[in-house]
Write a protein that binds this ligand. Structure first.
Ligand code: PRP
Length: 214
């Protein structure tokens, strides 16, 4: 009997697109998990197990090997900086990491920057030789400049709707974000054939989708 391949899937905004891509690539993901609160879903006929994780925890599960592979946004990957292999750009959940502020923002000495991504933000401003005070928040980051907690924020922008509705503007783009397939370093060696086969199927679907768009 073959080993079970454990896959960490992010709940929330990435899940829908990731599960669609996996299904298109021929993987069996039971329909009933989409709305379920179940956290571990075994698919014995495919020799797979899905671990439904909070997105920010996916690289941790994969680094520690409790999941062999996982799907995670580049934003989380950059912030968490875990010791994992990045195997594939899945090309889904496209958005960007940006510096955001009020339209009338003016540079101040040692500005405060609120973000869910303190490592990304610190590195970005350090590389530019700008001294900032980074304030970690856990959500609704756009509030910070509106209520005077921070001068600017570093956050992800997808449709731009949140910025628009709150009168904020994107000032600088830091990097583009898509979801990635990552693997545990040991699993990648021990379960190489299965992981590689999965990568090949996904890559095929991604290329087909790209050429359809072109
Ligand atoms: C994210 C992000 C922005 C918003 C951007 O927040 O932090 O607030 O989405 O999306 P948009 O450009 O399409 O408006 P999320 O919905 O994950 O919730 P959070 O505020 O709790 O982090």
């Amino acid at each position: 009997m073959q080993d079970v391949l454990k896959v960490a899937m992010p709940k929330g905004r990435i899940y829908k697109q990731a599960s669609k891509l996996f299904r298109e690539a021929g993987l069996v993901i039971p329909d009933d998990i989409d709305d379920s609160r179940k956290l571990i879903i075994a698919v014995p006929e495919a020799g797979m197990e899905f671990i439904m994780a909070k997105p920010v925890d996916v690289p941790t599960y994969v680094e520690y090997g409790v999941a062999d592979i996982g799907v995670v946004g580049k934003d989380v990957l950059m912030e968490e900086n875990r010791n994992v292999y990045e195997l594939l750009d899945l090309g889904i959940a496209r958005c960007r990491m940006s510096v955001i502020g009020l339209p009338d923002w003016e540079p101040v000495l040692n500005p405060r920057v609120a973000t869910k991504y303190p490592n990304v933000a610190s590195q970005y401003f350090r590389e530019r030789g700008q001294q900032v005070e980074v304030i970690k928040l856990n959500g609704s980051i756009e509030l910070a400049p509106l209520i005077g907690l921070a001068d600017r924020i570093v956050d992800m922008v997808e449709t731009g709707q949140t910025l628009k509705e709150n009168g904020l503007v994107e000032q600088e783009q830091i990097f583009a974000i898509t979801s990635r397939l990552i693997a545990n370093r040991v699993s990648y060696r021990m379960k190489n054939e299965r992981i590689q086969a999965l990568c090949d199927k996904l890559q095929h679907m991604i290329s087909a989708a790209a050429s359809e768009k072109a």
